[in-house]
Design a protein around this ligand. Structure first.
Ligand code: GLU
Ligand code: MG
Length: 436
């Protein structure tokens, strides 16, 4: 006989989900009262090495399952994947300072209070199959390349749909054995929950196919990166789109322009959260179609923030399609934390009434240091160490996070870097391939 279990899990700083499984039979009490959790677990890095924590072996918090974030779906090999994302609270029910879902909810509430607007987001995830090696000539974006993983792709899409996350597309990406799976836009909290679920379901299907995948930001030192691209748009409470204003340059509404200016102002620090592995900043280098400067671009896939195209003759439809893409992120980041940090930065731009950035044109590596400086453009941090220093110095951004979260986050990431000391690039690539 088997006993059906449900895993209560929290999305954590390492970009993983951790928790424990509880018999489904007794779960009614858990919906009500939650289940215990250890605060120091938030300092378990992606390599399972524990970073410095304020709690050590002491303390208790509680995971409270979020009914709207439950996933229950049959997997190809016959097992049922059953988990629920949780909020984490103190013993008295107050939000815990390191609950990432709560941090995102707080950011969204601040955006709503200060602008009246809601954020919708959609996530594109790139990942690479770990089996096989060498180049696959002629496979990039090809039907042949897609055909080689068709059964996997159709199964993954079916699992996502059955789990309540109907996919938008599955494609053979540019790099060897690289694919992409995208989900359509949702209210931001739902989008982050879905992004977490998508990664887990992709791992689960890959295990059943015995075809391991990795979302690691970089699989080889010089090759194409695995990016995560976050598309976002603003909506009022009546469901009207507020990102496009046809009378303004490039169609950017005033609020969208200010929000993007805030993101670009804080981008060096922001990348410590959105691109938070020791490999991430190697991906954020020129000519990788990722992001290398703190720039806005119009339909430019090398811009950190990109104004996306719309299609058709109907102005109303175009206003609903119009959205902005944030490209300086990857799957080492937790979706909830990436969105929250973007919103905190964007809100700062709104509060300061920053003007919309002027989009850049062309290859920024061809500009001199003076020409870049004249446009307030700079290369993104060259390493996670540099990004963490930028975050530490960005007191305005850090102050938006609750309690000790900023300091805890910095310790977490420095613990992760400590675990890599003495490892060469091939060992680092292998460590992250295995971790993500
Ligand atoms: N692989 C690229 C990245 O690292 C993105 C390619 C694309 O989809 O434009 O972000
Ligand atoms: Mg892509």
């Amino acid at each position: 006989m088997t006993e059906p279990l449900i895993a209560t899990v929290v999305p954590d700083i390492a970009g993983h989900v951790r928790g424990k499984a509880i018999p489904l039979a007794g779960f009614d009490a858990v919906w009500e009262n939650g289940t215990g959790w250890t605060p120091a677990n938030v300092q378990i890095t992606c390599f399972d090495v524990a970073a410095k924590s304020p709690w050590g072996p002491t303390g208790d918090v509680r995971m409270i399952p979020a009914r709207e974030a439950m996933v229950e779906v049959a997997l190809p090999a016959g097992a049922t994947e059953r988990f629920v994302l949780c909020d984490v609270v103190e013993g008295d029910g107050a939000p815990w300072e390191c609950c990432l879902r709560t941090i995102l909810k707080t950011a969204l509430a601040a955006l709503k209070a200060e602008t009246g607007l809601e954020l919708r987001a959609s996530f594109e995830h790139e990942f690479t199959f770990r089996d096989g090696d060498g180049p696959e000539p002629g496979s990039a974006y090809s039907l042949r390349g897609l055909r080689g993983r068709r059964v996997f792709g159709e199964t993954l899409c079916g699992v996502l749909r059955d789990a309540g996350l109907p996919p938008d597309s599955f494609l053979r990406e540019f790099g060897p054995r690289q694919f992409e799976i995208t989900l359509p836009p949702q209210p931001a909290l739902r989008a982050a929950d879905e992004a977490v679920a998508l990664r887990q379901l992709t791992y689960a299907v890959a295990e059943d196919f015995a075809a391991p995948v990795t979302f690691s930001p970089l699989v080889t030192e010089t090759g194409v990166g695995n990016g995560v691209h976050i598309h976002f748009s603003f909506w009022d409470e009546n469901g009207h789109p507020k990102t496009l204003d046809g009378k303004r340059p490039h169609g950017l509404s005033e609020v969208a322009g200010r929000f993007i200016a805030g993101i670009l102002d804080h981008l060096p620090a922001l990348t410590a959260i959105t691109a938070p592995s020791a490999l991430s900043h190697m991906r954020l280098t020129p000519h990788r179609w990722s992001a290398a400067f703190n720039n806005l671009g119009v339909q430019d896939r090398e811009a950190a923030v990109r104004i996306c195209p719309t299609f058709g003759a109907d102005a109303g439809k175009r206003a609903r399609q119009y959205n902005i893409e944030f490209r300086a992120t990857d799957a080492a980041a937790t979706p909830h934390l990436s969105l929250a940090a973007m919103i905190f930065a964007g809100l700062d731009g709104i509060r300061q009434a920053r003007p919309a950035p002027e989009p850049t044109v062309g290859d920024l590596t061809l500009l001199s240091a003076e020409a870049l400086a004249a446009k307030s453009l700079a290369r993104l941090p060259a390493s996670l160490d540099e990004a963490l220093l930028a975050l530490e110095a960005d007191t305005a951004l850090l102050a938006a996070f609750p309690g000790r979260f900023g300091a805890i986050y910095l310790d977490h990431k420095r613990g992760e870097l400590g675990a890599l000391e003495g490892k060469d690039i091939d060992e680092r690539l292998a460590a992250y391939r295995a971790a993500y």
